[in-house]
Design a binder for this molecule. Structure first.
Ligand SMILES: Cc1ncc(COP(=O)(O)O)c(C=O)c1O
Length: 470
């Protein structure tokens, strides 16, 4: 057990552990290579009765835990979307943990509430989201989307669902490419999975607005109630961008809540050249993006914006006696802005990151990632071993291994699956896949905070070496 007064004697052990971790990071397998239960079985059945030393705990961290870690901060982590971080964000997390504030209401840490308001306003303005939107930090995009769908449910039922339960004829629309968090939110919100309407996409995997309008009209003619539409700026599978303006017009016409899921690609709105994705944003009711994906702020940190905060408050507010304060109504009590009561002080890490990088530094890094991706795609395109399946976009390239003489779709899919497994097993790169039009496609995402040219070259070399083995 460590006394507070001894903090300074022990803290260097942790700092040097982290320093060693960063120095050795690139020598670890990116994707953990352990088998199911391998870690669990090494952990004692019962907790220790007597105090154990920090040295012993750190030893076991190295021996038992580290092999079971997939290293998301490894620059050759190219799978899924990143959960990137930065030194600044890590430092802020130290301090957040030291302060240990529970920021449920303004009174329980005024600085946390006011910093949250300020940094979210900064990002909103820099992303050119209209300034009548107000933001709140949530743990994940899934929670933000759940909040949006529950609010939409209340608006469309005139707040009756909160009082009497959810009618069975509310409808939620999204494209076939939309993230699974929408389906989960619809289930949790009591709307029922059968009431999700998946709208067809075009050849670029974007929701087709005419199909959306037809689906809404059809539902209305059958007595169903359109409740919410989800548009994506950057789908998970292929980073497709739905036509927000056209979708927004339809939502206005039929008075349907429009939620924009920009979990990953939203960060690109900080760049002028990606502002086209924002056309129509003024017609949205809510918008979410994750600084914990591509804004160098470690998990968890989601920015959720709503056009009319009162609707959010009316949906979530409950006021037990013990939470009544004198400042109520003149400050932001964020407990009313989402699902949990208790809240971490997450704004601090965003503040550290934004101040230490500056907006120019952030933009520079984003553009660096994007240019590395274009370089990667150009090499794939000119390689005799690979086929570029989707043009590079932002930090994403979709490609597949294309051995000479194999044209059969099933065979190509299987060989690509094997190729990807083999690459990931070797532990020097980590990539993930998707399937589009029945074709297995390898996803390359180049967006880890500290990724550089030589990491991309290494990835290209390893892919080429692997191709030679098949
Ligand atoms: C487009 C999209 N929306 C939502 C999510 C869910 O994000 P979170 O893990 O923050 O809930 C993801 C996760 O990758 C995503 O890609």
């Amino acid at each position: 057990m460590i006394e507070k007064k001894d903090f300074f004697d022990f803290a260097p052990k942790i700092i040097s552990w982290i320093d060693r971790y960063f120095k050795n990071l690139e020598s670890f397998p990116v994707k953990s290579q352990v088998h199911p239960e391998e870690i669990y079985k090494q952990l004692p059945t019962n907790p220790p009765n007597q105090s154990e030393s920090l040295d012993d705990i750190l030893d076991d961290l190295d021996k038992i835990i580290l092999p079971g870690i997939t290293h998301w901060q490894h620059p050759n982590f190219h799978a899924y979307f990143p959960a990137n971080s930065s030194i600044e964000s890590l430092f802020a997390e130290f301090i957040t943990a030291a302060i240990g504030a529970q920021c449920m209401i303004w009174d329980t840490s005024p600085a946390a509430a006011e910093l949250e308001k300020r940094v979210l306003n900064w990002l909103r303005d820099e992303m050119k989201i209209p300034n009548h939107f107000e933001g709140v930090i949530q743990d994940t995009a899934s929670t933000a989307t759940l909040s949006a769908i529950i609010t939409a449910r209340e608006v469309v039922t005139d707040f009756e669902a909160n009082e009497n339960g959810v009618p069975s004829n509310l409808r939620v629309y999204c494209s076939t490419q939309t993230h699974s968090s929408i389906e989960k939110a619809v289930k949790i919100a009591g709307i029922g999975r059968k009431n999700i309407v998946k709208i067809k996409v075009d050849e670029k995997y974007r929701l087709i607005p005419e199909e959306l309008e037809q689906a809404i009209q059809q539902d209305i003619s059958e007595g169903k109630i359109p409740c919410c539409v989800i548009a994506s700026i950057g789908t998970t599978s292929t980073v497709a961008v739905d036509p927000l303006y056209e979708i927004g017009k339809i939502c206005q016409k039929y008075k349907v809540w429009l939620h924009v899921d920009a979990a990953y690609l939203g960060t690109a709105l900080l760049l002028e050249e990606y502002q086209w994705m924002n056309r129509g944003i003024e017609m949205a009711d809510s918008f979410v993006f994750n600084p914990h994906k591509w804004l160098f702020t470690n998990f968890d940190c989601t920015a959720y914006y709503v056009k009319d905060v009162n609707l959010l408050l009316q949906t979530f507010e409950v006021l037990p006696e013990y939470l009544k304060t004198k400042t109520r109504g003149i400050v932001n009590d964020y407990r009313d802005w989402g699902i949990p009561l208790g809240r971490r002080f997450r704004a601090l890490k965003l503040w550290f990151v934004i101040r230490s990088y500056g907006m120019e530094g952030i933009r520079e890094k984003l553009r660096h990632h994007i240019s590395l991706n274009s370089y990667f795609a150009s090499k794939i395109e000119s390689s005799p071993h690979f086929e570029l399946m989707m043009p590079p976009f932002a930090t994403f390239t979709g490609f597949r291994f294309r051995p000479n003489g194999i044209d059969d779709l099933e065979k190509l899919n299987q060989i690509n699956k094997d190729f990807l497994n083999s690459i990931n097993r070797k532990g020097q790169l980590y990539l993930s896949h998707t399937k589009v039009n029945d074709q297995f496609l390898i996803r390359m995402i180049i967006a880890q905070t500290y990724v550089n040219q030589h990491h991309v070259n290494k990835a290209l070399d390893l892919l080429t070496e692997e191709a030679a083995l098949f």
